[in-house]
Design a protein around this ligand. Structure first.
Ligand SMILES: [Zn+2]
Length: 115
């Protein structure tokens, strides 16, 4: 039983949380991050409610819920950078498999030797 509780505590430390400042009373409060969901957060001190969306535009796009045309310029740019990063990373992984790293030989010294 005790071990289970410790496990829960340990897991809780890894639960992403966000701090929000209430615009009504400036109270800082924390709420859990729920990716892909829209949360209704209520301020603990003045009961002002906020709707916080954790919906990732990329996920929405992949699920076909979001149209590319509806994205604004900065969102498009972000997605493009993300996509380019994935492509480059993937390319590096593939090329490292195709061309295993060989022990490097100093090229300039090699040429001097031949001459
Ligand atoms: Zn408040």
């Amino acid at each position: 039983m005790r071990e289970k509780n410790q496990m829960k505590q340990w897991l809780n430390t890894f639960t992403p949380k966000k701090v929000m400042v209430c615009t009504q009373c400036q109270t800082k409060f924390r709420f859990p991050v729920k990716p892909g969901k829209t949360l209704n957060v209520t301020c603990p001190s003045c009961r002002a409610s906020y709707q916080i969306s954790f919906v990732n535009p990329l996920v929405q796009l992949l699920q076909g819920r979001l149209n590319w045309i509806t994205l604004n310029k900065t969102e498009k740019k972000k997605l493009f950078v993300l996509f380019a990063t994935i492509v480059i990373a993937f390319g590096l992984i593939v090329s490292s498999f195709l061309n295993p790293i060989k022990p490097s030989i100093d090229q300039t010294q090699g040429i001097e030797h031949v001459l």
